[in-house]
Design a binder for this molecule. Structure first.
Ligand SMILES: CC(C)(COP(=O)(O)OP(=O)(O)OC[C@H]1O[C@@H](n2cnc3c(N)ncnc32)[C@H](O)[C@@H]1OP(=O)(O)O)[C@@H](O)C(=O)NCCC(=O)NCCS
Length: 146
């Protein structure tokens, strides 16, 4: 991360981290679906520790769950201090990406085949986040319709 990524205190802007999370999530979802994708929502963005100018930042994305046309992608962000090699987990993000066909309409994506315990845990947790998001939307809709 360089000076243009940071504020005057030397901390990398949250928006810069979010933009890069969005970019890697899009790539992971494209590789899974083999379609172009759009971001439908960022379900969570956690800032655990600040990232400083001069640190090397790694973004690791995985498709956690695939539904009909949408996928949840989780992104783990780690910052490495290049002089001593120490690595810190700085952020976690969960984004919903939707695959589109050539006419820009949502298109079905292949199912996810969770093979390891970790993959099954990620899928289970993604289902929980989706359930909670839809329940929240429904509760707000009911509240507004009086
Ligand atoms: C995302 C988008 C394609 C969904 O279109 P839509 O007409 O609502 O389509 P559908 O109702 O068929 O929904 C398609 C999928 O998107 C999901 N979706 C729609 N809105 C969502 C939201 N706010 N959060 C999470 N998922 C959402 C639906 O659950 C559905 O998933 P499923 O097929 O796996 O069940 C459309 O809202 C859009 O183009 N938004 C703008 C995207 C954008 O510009 N992103 C930034 C630049 S990449």
């Amino acid at each position: 991360m360089g000076l243009v990524d940071a504020n005057s205190a030397g901390f990398v802007h949250g928006g810069t981290v979010m933009m890069l999370c969005d970019e890697v999530a899009g790539l992971a979802a494209t590789r899974h679906s083999r379609h172009r994708v759009v971001t439908a929502g960022m379900d969570r963005m956690t800032f655990l520790e600040p990232i400083h100018v001069g640190e090397l930042v790694t973004f690791t994305a995985s498709v956690n769950a695939a539904w009909r046309t949408s996928m949840e992608v989780g992104v783990r962000v780690e910052a490495e201090q290049p002089r001593d090699g120490s690595v810190r987990h700085t952020n976690t993000a969960y984004l919903t990406m939707v695959a589109l066909d050539d006419d820009g309409r949502p298109v079905e994506v292949p199912p996810l085949e969770a093979a390891s315990d970790d993959e099954r845990r990620r899928e289970r947790e993604a289902q929980t986040r989706r359930r909670n998001r839809l329940a929240e939307r429904e509760e707000i809709r009911r509240g507004r319709s009086g």
